[in-house]
Design a protein around this ligand. Sequence first.
Ligand code: PA5
Length: 444
Amino acid sequence: MKLSIEKVFPFVSEKHINELAPSAKECNELLIKATGRGNDFLGWVDLPGSVTPQQIADLNATATKLRAKCEVIVVIGIGGSYLGAKSVIDALSNSFEHLKTTHKNPIVLFAGQNIGEDYLAELMAILKDKQFGLINISKSGTTTEPAIAFRLLKKMLEEQIGKTEAKERIVAITDASKGALRKLADQEGYKTFIIPDNVGGRFSVLTPVGLLPIAVAGYDIAALLKGAADMAISTGVDVPFEKNLAEQYAATRNALYRDGKKIEILVNYHPKLHFFAEWWKQLYGESEGKEHKGIYPSAVDNTTDLHSMGQWIQEGERIIFETVISVEKSNKSVIIPTDPENLDGLNFLAGKHVDEVNKMAELGTMLAHVDGEVPNMHITIEKIDEYNLGQMIYFFERACGISGYLLGINPFDQPGVEAYKKNMFALLEKPGFEAETKEIKSRI
Ligand code: PA5
């Protein structure tokens, strides 16, 4: 993986960024020494290299068992218990898998990431004549969205195949000892995996939270972890700032923020990376948006969004910068054919790979946006595979910890997420919320 920040220098000087290098190094050290804010949630820092071969084998064995029994696996979870697995599976899957008549791997669907009645009704209708299983993920075990989905799908599965067989197709991923899901899983006798206490949801993709669904979908979790472990080494505190991609990215985005650039747009030119950006948005949004501070993380899928958001990015308010994820090689090959009539005027492209056109769109856009005063960082990976995704995941996690500390906030809590829950429970008259119910009803 490479990071290039030269196209930021017209806006924030290299000197200004380098001035932040000692602070970025100190913040990186806070992660290693566990002396910064939120230091009880740093289990992710050494995670990639510490997952044992036995743990990988256990995850793969459980995945194999589910794969043998099920044509569809529904992964239930929200936020950090959803986006990591979704982003990796989407990046690695055939975009049209659902239209194929035969499948090498089970189809992985998601639930509990919304409270959409139509979504759940349509999912249950599809599952009616399918052999399906459930991976229920909740660290707290009490999150409303996945709890509703699990209640519905568990009942449906038990009615379809009986309680005894249903137990063989349900896996719970939750806290080692606390929470409603742990209690239920122990009572029912489900196979369980543990989310470590010291790993927050949005940093949990390299725990069973991400690894089991990814293994079930047929992908190589050892390679994902290897990519992450290699990145952990190359973003270590002993690696000098000039070579340390995480410190450089964190310092650069903070230099831009201090210069008035309040919005970062993560840009991809590969539709399979859409959900990778969603994962990244949660990682940075939930980590940094605190104390009325923080870069707002947004994302575009290009070239699609050049035809919708392109105008704003080119000429709107100059409070944005872009971080482009560039994929060097496509995994597949499509060559543009020649056409004797050439009515569309495209024969100048005949013989070229589609990706050559995509790359020129990417380069042309970068130059146009820099001309339009949008600072531009550039991340390059060789191709989309488990190893490279593992590298990017760890890179962004490590940089997020450094960046949050540079910003002066605790990157590892999320107190603001509770506000909506409190109101929702009060409005739904949940037992224990009587005072809040009274108060909220007086306001509406
Ligand atoms: O990052 C986080 O902490 C959150 O996004 C949680 O992962 C999300 O709210 C789901 O929580 P839980 O796994 O406890 O159900």
